[in-house]
Write a protein that binds this ligand. Structure first.
Ligand SMILES: [Zn+2]
Length: 207
C-alpha cells in the first residue's frame, strides 16, 4: 500500500475525532445554558417572593412560602419553577384558586434573561456583574408593578453594585467617563426619587 494512503487514513481519523469533539462541545454548551436558565428561573421565583413580602411588609425573607389565597404552606413540589405551574395548570394544589401568572412569567423572563446575558457575555466579569443586576432590576420592576413606586433601597443597591465593578470591567482608558456616567445616573435617580417621595408625602398629608 502506498505511503500516502496511510496519511489520508490518518487525516480522516483526525477529522472524525475533531468532529466528535465539536459535537461534544456543542452539547456541553447547551447543557450549561440550560443550567443557567434553571438558575435564572429559580432566581425569578425567589425574587417574586421577596417582592411580595416587601410589598406586603412581611419582614422575614426566610421561612416557607404560602398560597396567597388560602395561606397553605407550599411544599417543594409546589415551588419548582415553571414546572409546578404547568403541572398544576396555574391553580393552587390546596384550594384550587388561580395562581397569578406573574410567578411563571417572572420565572420564564429571568431564565431567558440569564441565558441571554450569559450567551452574550460568556464566562466573564461582565456576566458576573450583570446577573445580580438583572435580579435587582426584576425586583424593582415587580415592586413597581404593585406599588407604582420604585423601591429606593433596591435601586441604590443596583447602583452600588454597578459602581463596584467599574474598575474591573470595560476599557481602562474610559474609567473616568464611566465613573462620571454612573454619578450622573445616580444623581438623576436620586432627584426622581426625592420628587416622587415629596409628591407622595404631600398626597399623604392632603388625604
Ligand atoms: Zn391556595
Amino acid at each position: 500500500m502506498p505511503e500516502y494512503i496511510n496519511h489520508i487514513n490518518q487525516y480522516v481519523l483526525y477529522a472524525e475525532e475533531a468532529l466528535k469533539l465539536q459535537r461534544l462541545e456543542t452539547a456541553f454548551h447547551i447543557y450549561v445554558y440550560f443550567l443557567v436558565f434553571v438558575i435564572g428561573a429559580v432566581c425569578g421565583s425567589y425574587i417574586n417572593c421577596v417582592a411580595w413580602r416587601y410589598v406586603h411588609k412581611e419582614g422575614s425573607v426566610h421561612g416557607r412560602s404560602h398560597c396567597a389565597t388560602c395561606g397553605h404552606e407550599l411544599s417543594f413540589k409546589d415551588e419548582v419553577p415553571i414546572l409546578s405551574y404547568a403541572l398544576l395548570r396555574g391553580r393552587c394544589r390546596y384550594c384550587g384558586e388561580k395562581i397569578s401568572p406573574r410567578y411563571v412569567i417572572a420565572e420564564i423572563v429571568m431564565g431567558s434573561a440569564f441565558t441571554a446575558v450569559s450567551v452574550v457575555g460568556g464566562l466573564s466579569l461582565v456576566t458576573a456583574r450583570n446577573l445580580p443586576l438583572l435580579v435587582l432590576l426584576m425586583l424593582v420592576v415587580l415592586v413597581y408593578i404593585d406599588t407604582h413606586t420604585a423601591p429606593g433601597k433596591f435601586v441604590a443597591a443596583g447602583l452600588v453594585w454597578w459602581a463596584i465593578w467599574i474598575p474591573f470591567t470595560g476599557d481602562k482608558s474610559t474609567i473616568i467617563i464611566r465613573v462620571a456616567v454612573t454619578a450622573v445616573v445616580a444623581a438623576v435617580l436620586g432627584v426622581i426619587y426625592a420628587v416622587l417621595a415629596a409628591k407622595k408625602g404631600k398626597k399623604g398629608r392632603t388625604e
